[in-house]
Design a protein around this ligand. Structure first.
Ligand SMILES: [Zn+2]
Length: 340
């Protein structure tokens, strides 16, 4: 009996010294699983007369220590939870960290505005490769070898003879005509073009163009003019007027340059328009019979118009940007000025 009493005293004292769950488990192994079990089993070694009283007390001790252990471990678990809540506190009222959002490049934004305007006029987008062969980039567009017009474009040639980076989007005209002939065509051909030029504030070696092409029976210059005026007004404002000057391109006949009254001074003259009152927006013309024929269309029956504009030039005009090198310099101070 006295052994049981001293066991209880020791066990309770040790239990109170346990400061964490691991210590409590060690205590359980030592007392409940070992010493208390031994004490209970000891009943069989006693004289029969002592057994009932000892057995009762041993079982009560086991019950009591089990209860003490369970309440101690429950209390320890609550303390652990309180500790972790305190150390990993989360203030849900704090404002969240700002998500870093990208944005569309200003050229992409402008391209998409151009797509939307021509889509409303029934033009579809036709894409063709930036790597072209000499024949499609020049020859089939009425610029045979040694044609002086080839001098207008300094070209990036590849190491493979006859393969080059397209100098304009016009070779796409040949691809789309050969694909759709003899059906009528109304497409725009957007994309990157490359020229082997000295990089200055006015010229880059890569830039976007958007080309337009409409082919059918009885397509006239009036259709071209109407489409371009509608475009200029949607893109730059309802009050815009356009001016058409005669020009020369090998793949159109007749060829024209289209100017628009200056968006800053409306014709009065300012630094953007170099005091002329007009801004050049694109080149255009009626598709040359040779080009029509190269695309598979009979020029006696079909006619068409084509136009082409530089996207970066359009952006520069819209925002009065004076240095084309900004477009590919990846300077975020420049790019961030154009919202998404
Ligand atoms: Zn002006």
């Amino acid at each position: 009996m006295s052994t049981l009493a001293s066991l209880e005293e020791r066990a309770l004292a040790d239990l109170h010294d346990c400061t964490d769950e691991a210590a409590l488990r060690v205590w359980k192994t030592r007392y409940l699983n070992d010493e208390v079990e031994q004490a209970v089993k000891k009943v069989s070694t006693l004289p029969p007369a002592e057994r009932p009283a000892y057995g009762k007390q041993a079982n009560e001790l086991k019950k009591k220590l089990t209860a003490e252990y369970e309440s101690a471990i429950a209390a320890e678990k609550e303390r652990a939870l309180a500790r972790s809540l305190a150390s990993e506190a989360l203030d849900v009222t704090l404002p969240s960290r700002p998500a870093r959002r990208g944005r569309l490049h200003v050229s992409t934004q402008t391209l998409r505005s151009i797509y939307a305007i021509f889509a409303d006029m029934g033009f579809q987008i036709y894409r063709s490769s930036e790597v072209e062969d000499d024949e499609t980039n020049f020859g089939l567009l009425n610029m045979p070898e040694h044609h002086p017009a080839r001098d207008m474009w300094d070209t990036f040639y590849t190491t493979k003879p006859g393969v080059l980076l397209r100098t304009h989007t016009s070779p796409g005209q040949i691809h789309v005509m050969r694909e759709l002939c003899p059906r009528p065509i109304r497409v725009i051909l957007p994309g990157m073009c490359y020229r082997y030029e000295a990089i200055t504030t006015r010229s880059e070696i890569m830039f976007h163009q958007v080309e337009g092409l409409a082919i059918g029976e009885r397509v006239t210059m009036a259709d071209l003019k109407g489409a371009l005026i509608a475009f200029a007004r949607r893109m730059f404002g309802d009050e815009r007027t356009v001016r058409i000057r005669s020009s020369y391109f090998p793949f159109t006949e007749p060829s024209i340059e289209v100017d628009m009254d200056c968006i800053v001074c409306a014709g009065a003259g300012c630094s953007l328009c170099k005091r002329s009152g007009w801004l050049e927006i694109l080149g255009a013309g009626m598709v040359h019979p040779v080009v029509l024929r190269n695309g598979g269309y009979d020029p006696a029956r079909y006619s068409g118009f084509a136009f082409g504009m530089g996207v970066e030039r359009t952006v520069m005009m819209t925002y009065a940007i004076d240095d084309i090198r900004q477009f590919w310099a990846n300077d975020l101070r420049f790019l961030r000025q154009f919202g998404t």
